[in-house]
Ligand binder design. Structure first.
Ligand SMILES: Cc1cc2nc3c(=O)[nH]c(=O)nc-3n(C[C@H](O)[C@H](O)[C@H](O)COP(=O)(O)OP(=O)(O)OC[C@H]3O[C@@H](n4cnc5c(N)ncnc54)[C@H](O)[C@@H]3O)c2cc1C
Length: 386
């Protein structure tokens, strides 16, 4: 067991930090208050080899490890929290599902522009009546010739993405679920009234009215859902890393502030009431980071553990938000303004306690592992008569 980064990892961190300080630190505040995804940053990241870190080289990625992606997100977020999204979206989630399950033709048409930073893909999974109960989704894929017709609606995705990885129902039950790929200009695809999350980012309902999906745009046929969910655990590392990084950003900002801001003729850091806050924040960040690195490193060693990823996401989501919130308190009125990025990090980290597996659903998962049995969340079936 070794709790230190390797020499190579430390050098990688230094070079990403140098890049982020030079290219991204200026404009970090403005970027955080821009609802659209930072596409200019994504292109910059592509040029710097920070998109597709976890994607194999033969698919156009850089063939790095999950740990490399974790470290890159952390380093970028130190200088520009919003830009860390570009690294995360380029290494975790929909892009990896596409790289893992896509055909070579799909990779050429869909993955290539993502890895250049020219396009953005998002997952369209949540529906008005299927949130935590994902498998209740109703969007249908009905055979039409060799392809399918898609009908239904989704909520919460970014309405300005170029590509959507849409979860659909080919037939009844969990085994009837799979996914398709489509572009925003597909005939019959429309976007409802855009709204905003608390973070300031856009979302909108999206609608599919008889959208034709040719056979070559089917990503996963019926039965694909379970396959996809098995790999999905690892994807949670991307979300967990951003939570942790946002907490760390706020901790660093509050620490700096506490050494310079004076009240009652003393620096804030001299008040024990605040020193203990810092001790608690440090405890949470260190614990979360260790759990995150354990999950990422073991997954890299070919030992991905759904429990470790679940625990890492739970801890990072909670620590990230709690530390950001406490750092805001330390910074007083200034922390509550838009003059610093601390209030943004509080709002942003709050969302990750809901997205990508809510705190409650992850605890349900963990409880099942602890007791080695399934706890159905569905109402009990009425006893059969007679
Ligand atoms: C910032 C953000 C970005 C998102 N981006 C996307 C996206 O790109 N694409 C997409 O498809 N979706 C996206 N979502 C949607 C997200 O996946 C859902 O919000 C999430 O799955 C929860 O579903 P829900 O909002 O319908 O809440 P509900 O399922 O209605 O749950 C409400 C509350 O009840 C709790 N709960 C539900 N069931 C149980 C249970 N059995 N036991 C204990 N507690 C329970 C939940 O944890 C939650 O706290 C995003 C959400 C957020 C906040």
């Amino acid at each position: 067991m070794d709790f230190s980064l390797t020499e190579q990892q430390r050098m990688f961190c230094d070079s990403v930090a140098t890049f982020a300080r030079k290219e991204l630190a200026d404009g970090a505040l403005a970027r955080a208050h821009t609802p659209e995804f930072p596409r200019d940053v994504a292109r910059l990241m592509a040029g710097a080899g920070l998109l597709g870190i976890t994607i194999p080289e033969q698919d156009g990625g850089t063939g790095g490890t999950l740990m490399d992606a974790v470290l890159a997100i952390e380093q970028v977020a130190r200088f520009c929290p919003r830009s860390a999204d570009a690294v995360a979206e380029g290494s975790f989630g929909a892009i990896r599902v596409l790289a893992h399950f896509g055909t070579s033709d799909q990779k050429r048409r869909y993955l290539e522009p993502l890895l250049k930073g020219d396009e953005l893909i998002v997952v369209a999974m949540t529906e008005p009546d299927a949130g935590s109960a994902t498998t209740d989704l109703k969007t249908t894929a009905t055979p039409d010739g060799k392809g399918f017709r898609i009908n239904g609606s989704k909520v919460f995705p970014n309405p300005f993405a170029d590509q959507y990885l849409v979860y659909v129902r080919y037939g009844p039950g969990v085994d009837g679920i799979g996914s398709v790929l489509l572009r925003r200009n597909a005939q019959g695809f429309s976007i409802g009234k855009p709204s905003k999350f608390m973070s300031g980012a856009n979302w909108a309902p999206i609608f599919f009215e008889n959208v034709y999906i040719p056979p070559e745009d089917v990503l996963l046929p019926a039965g694909g859902f379970k396959k996809q969910m098995a790999g999905f655990n690892v994807e949670r590392i991307g979300n967990a890393t951003r939570s942790l990084s946002y907490g760390q950003y706020c901790f660093d900002a509050a620490r700096e502030y506490a050494t310079t801001r004076k009240q009652f003729g003393r620096a804030l850091c001299e008040f024990q009431g605040l020193q203990w806050k810092f001790a608690d924040m440090k405890l949470k960040l260190d614990a979360a980071r260790l759990l995150l690195y354990r999950a990422a490193t073991n997954a890299d060693r070919g030992l991905p553990s759904p429990d470790e990823t679940t625990i890492a996401k739970l801890m990072c989501n909670q620590a990230g938000f709690e530390v950001a919130n406490e750092a805001l308190q330390v910074m007083g009125g200034l922390g509550y303004t838009e003059e610093t990025l601390v209030e943004y990090c509080v709002r942003r980290s709050r969302g990750w306690m809901i997205a990508g597996g809510s705190i409650e659903m992850l605890k349900n998962r963990l409880a099942e592992s602890i007791f080695e049995r399934r706890f159905s969340q569905r109402p009990p079936r009425p006893p059969k008569e007679g």
